[in-house]
Design a protein around this ligand. Structure first.
Ligand SMILES: O=C(O)CCC(=O)C(=O)O
Length: 246
């Protein structure tokens, strides 16, 4: 797949980009089905609140799968696919190394919002230009089922303070004054396409108001030059013996 100079310019200027058709729809559907199977099995066993979404009338559905890479070879092969790694390196300019992953399920009708945040508020890694996320759409994703939304240019503006949200301590967010909604753009993407964003780009996703799933496979990458002030890299996948070397 060729990445155009315009796409590179958009990533550099806005801090995010959509690349369509990295995977086929059938490949994304296989992963979406597997995500459903794994998350429903986990739902039967877990009472961890951050893994579950609740409807107003008492229904529950899976919210997320943590570290899918470690749970199924199918997930592993998918996120290490060379097409994905080539696309990321086109924006990154270095070999991307996979640190961690998560699948956000956002179930129909009541999949919850993810508040505005910068990924590096969680990761605390540096240099920041070597921290990047590739979010693979496992469904067609638009404003009705909760696409990613970005504040353009925030990757050039540093880290803003984040605080845990009361009652949702798994979520941290900046104050409203730090989110300039006049610069918000939508990351609409088709199934199999990928949204890529810089570690400082402010982003969010709204509640799923549609009758469709909105599953997104988030993969978080760094370069070999990255160091970290906290535990983020301790269990990084690229340190595993079976991680593919280029
Ligand atoms: O899938 C979502 O709604 C949130 C994803 C996200 O915040 C991320 O991939 O960094």
């Amino acid at each position: 797949m060729n990445i155009s100079p315009e796409q590179i310019s958009q990533y550099n200027e806005k801090g995010w980009i959509v690349v369509e058709e990295v995977f086929t729809r059938d490949e994304a559907e296989t992963i979406a089905q597997e995500a459903l199977r794994v998350s429903e099995a986990e739902l039967k066993e877990t009472n961890e609140d951050y893994k579950v979404d609740h409807s107003a009338d008492g229904k529950v559905a899976p919210r997320k799968i943590d570290r899918p890479f470690e749970k199924d070879e199918v997930f592993r092969d998918f996120v290490l696919d060379t097409r994905l790694r080539k696309v990321i390196s086109a924006f990154f300019g270095k070999e991307p190394l996979l640190v961690v992953d998560q699948i956000f399920m956002k179930p129909p009708q009541f999949g919850s919002a993810k508040p505005y945040h910068q990924d590096n508020a969680y990761f605390c890694c540096k240099p920041i230009d070597d921290v990047i996320t590739a979010w693979i759409a496992l469904d067609d994703v638009d404003e009705e089922n909760g696409c990613l939304r970005y504040i353009d240019g925030t990757h050039k503006e540093g880290l803003v303070p984040h605080k845990p949200i009361p009652g949702e301590e798994h979520n941290m967010a900046p104050s409203d004054e730090d989110v300039d909604l006049s610069r918000e753009s939508l990351g609409r993407v088709k199934k199999g396409g990928v949204c890529i964003h810089h570690g400082y780009t402010l982003h969010t996703s709204h509640r799923n108001e549609s009758g469709r799933w909105r599953r997104g496979f988030a993969t978080h990458w760094v370069s070999k030059d990255v160091t970290c002030d906290i535990h983020t890299l301790d269990k990084a996948y690229y340190k595993r013996d079976d991680y593919p070397r280029s």
